[in-house]
Design a protein around this ligand. Sequence first.
Ligand code: DGL
Length: 276
Amino acid sequence: MSSNHPIGIFDSGVGGISVLRWLRKEMPAENFIYIADSRYIPYGDKPREFIEQRSVFLTRFLLAQQAKAIVVACNTATAAAIATLRSMFSIPFIGMEPGVKPALSLTKTGVVGILATTETLKSQKFEILTNRFSDTCEFVVQDCPGFVELVEQMDLQSQKARDLVRRYVGSLLDKGADTIVLGCTHYPFLLELIQNAAGQDVRIIDTGRAVAREVSRRLREERLLCDTDNAGTEIFFTTGDPEKAGQVIGRLWDTPVEIFAIPAEVTPEKHPDPFP
Ligand code: DGL
């Protein structure tokens, strides 16, 4: 495995771009390959086994592109599949986890709110995480059907978006939360609406930056950090409609991007010259 090989990233859709932003800041020289599994979005209401199968499929595709490490930039897929991925493949996997620990040091009411997908909140991984800290703090949770779709449609300002955000955030505030953890990688794109609905005194926690630092630490430890000073590149793939995904990713990434379609089901072949 060469340190100049790319880092693979996947999510059910464009949510992982909120993590990629931090990865790019933290590691300017790395090459990234991003896959949006748009054909099957959202993951949050699908069975665990299905998400696990998709994660294995996407990992195989990324390995065929010579990924040296994979960032599972999706809380739902991390909860459903990261243990299986680590047992099946030998490269480093870094996943997402709701930022419960930083929330503990910030809350004054002792009530921490967590916004996440239904599947993340139902997962055993989430139960273990919150049980570890339940002596010191109360957790209140809210699943957010509709949030992922708002981001995928770039509907980040409309009245409909505001109303839905107010409803979910309001339910956490009503239960006394003064700190809110974003437990899904799509939600940072709704940060402004979430902060407005919560009020400026409520702290909102996004784990993207901490994950990017962890990826860099892990690669250094494994001697896999890229050893050139050149600016790195990004390549984007989708299992859905490349034109649609390209428009959304281009806006979220702030630069027009080229996005390639990959088949959603068949055994992945190596894509022609991603990094010639
Ligand atoms: N972005 C994802 C997460 O972090 C998945 C959302 C979904 O597809 O439901 O959980």
